[in-house]
Design a protein around this ligand. Structure first.
Ligand SMILES: [Fe+2]
Ligand SMILES: [Fe+2]
Length: 407
């Protein structure tokens, strides 16, 4: 799809990395000039975090793709051989984020020519296999139910049920104690996935068949607003970001996102883009939907307590109801239906569910532990004052009117 189809106005006003809302200017695509369509998705350059991401970003800066990215394979091999914790490795997670971003778009300029370049494909395969291998070591195994839809659903509901003995949780903190700065951080952290909400699971649609495919399409149609752009969950979240004074263009805050936040998003891309992992992506979405409704109610309460109105809380309110429905479809028809049609995938379904719970728990723990220690959960200092001042200025976002009008 032409990147401009879904985005009638590309915001192009430079603001030196400021988080102030930019004016919008329509950019007209020139025929044969596809590489320039992605310019200025965001103003701040993505910062390398080590040798792999440095080589990738330097290569992507070329207008024409050179035949090789010298040294990339060696750096990838060296990172994998190092035995480092790849889940929390800034360079590896940013590299995967950039490589998957070539398929999502809106991450780097000139990305189209690199999507299927032999060197980027090889780097992605090597890095994602090493990442997957570490996930398989970290994720606990589960006693498997029968490969019958209802049994699978019951086992997933048991796995994802709230633990009454659990310690402090991010969602309860948000409900009770969220500060304005933490509200900004929370949205910045979530923006990496949520401005692309549903896209990484959608890779699985053509990789599934029958009842599981129908279930995934039913859930995704809802995530994409059932044909109404302004009801797309990613659009609702973008509106929430603008409502608290943040820039809602995709990728604006990637430099602030720690490795674990990128890992959470990369893991869904890994599961979704590999057909052999179709069991894992089904299990991931089931666990994701089954652990969404209650926390979103608490998030809405926390943002309301700070005085934000429906334009900010609508995203969370929407998920209280929507995900109470989605979790039923995901457990019985998507995960359960897939297990019935392909019983050999049963353990993969539960691997995906467990991986979702584990990594998202680590993301939540990282944020909450940072806040309890009175530190930022972000990777580098964030210009909170600029956001707060911009919001207090009370200017309506031009993008809000645009979303309401466009389809
Ligand atoms: Fe959603
Ligand atoms: Fe959902």
């Amino acid at each position: 799809m032409n990147p401009t189809e879904n985005s009638p106005a590309l915001e192009t006003t430079p603001h030196n990395g400021s988080v102030a809302e930019a004016n919008t200017t329509t950019v007209t695509a020139k025929p044969g000039d596809g590489s320039r369509l992605c310019e200025n998705w965001h103003d701040e350059e993505i910062e390398p975090r080590g040798p792999i991401s440095e080589l990738l970003l330097a290569a992507f800066a070329n207008q024409a793709a050179p035949p090789t990215i010298d040294g990339l394979a060696d750096e990838v091999a060296s990172a994998i051989a190092s035995g480092r914790d790849l889940v929390r490795d800034d360079d590896v997670q940013l590299a995967l984020y950039l490589l998957y971003g070539l398929s999502y778009g809106r991450v780097v300029d000139n990305g189209d020519q690199w999507e299927w370049h032999p060197d980027t494909v090889a780097a992605r395969l090597d890095l994602e296999r090493a990442f997957e291998a570490q996930l398989r070591e970290l994720v606990p195994t589960t006693e498997l139910p029968n490969a019958a839809a209802e049994d699978v659903a019951q086992a997933l509901f048991a796995l994802t049920a709230p633990d009454p003995d659990a310690g402090p949780s991010l969602s309860r903190h948000v409900a009770k104690s969220l500060t304005h700065e933490q509200a900004i951080e929370f949205m910045v952290q979530r923006s990496i996935y949520t401005l692309k909400e549903a896209d990484p699971h959608s890779w699985a649609i053509p990789r599934l068949t029958g009842r599981a495919k129908a279930a995934l399409v039913e859930i995704q149609a809802d995530e994409y607003g059932n044909g109404r752009r302004e009801r797309m969950h990613s659009e609702l979240f973008a509106r929430s970001m603008r409502g608290i004074g943040l820039d809602s263009r995709y990728g604006t805050y990637v430099n602030f996102a720690p490795a674990i936040t990128l890992a959470s998003f990369n893991m869904i891309s890994l599961f979704g883009m590999n057909r052999r992992l179709r069991g894992a992506i089904a299990g991931h979405l089931a666990a994701f939907e089954m652990t969404s409704s209650i926390p979103n109610g608490l998030y809405a309460r926390g943002f309301r307590r700070l005085g934000f109105d429906e334009s900010v809380t609508e995203y969370f309110d929407e998920h209280v109801e929507a995900d109470a429905v989605h979790e039923q479809i995901a457990a019985r028809d998507l995960a359960g239906g897939l297990a019935e049609s392909e019983p050999a995938l049963l353990s993969e379904i539960f691997f995906g569910a467990r991986a979702c719970l584990l990594i998202d728990e680590w993301v939540g723990d990282h944020i909450l532990e940072s806040w309890v220690a009175e530190k930022s959960s972000l990777r580098k200092p964030f210009p909170f004052e600029a956001v707060l001042a911009d919001r207090d200025g009370g200017t309506a976002s031009p993008a809000d009117a645009e979303v309401g009008a466009g389809r």
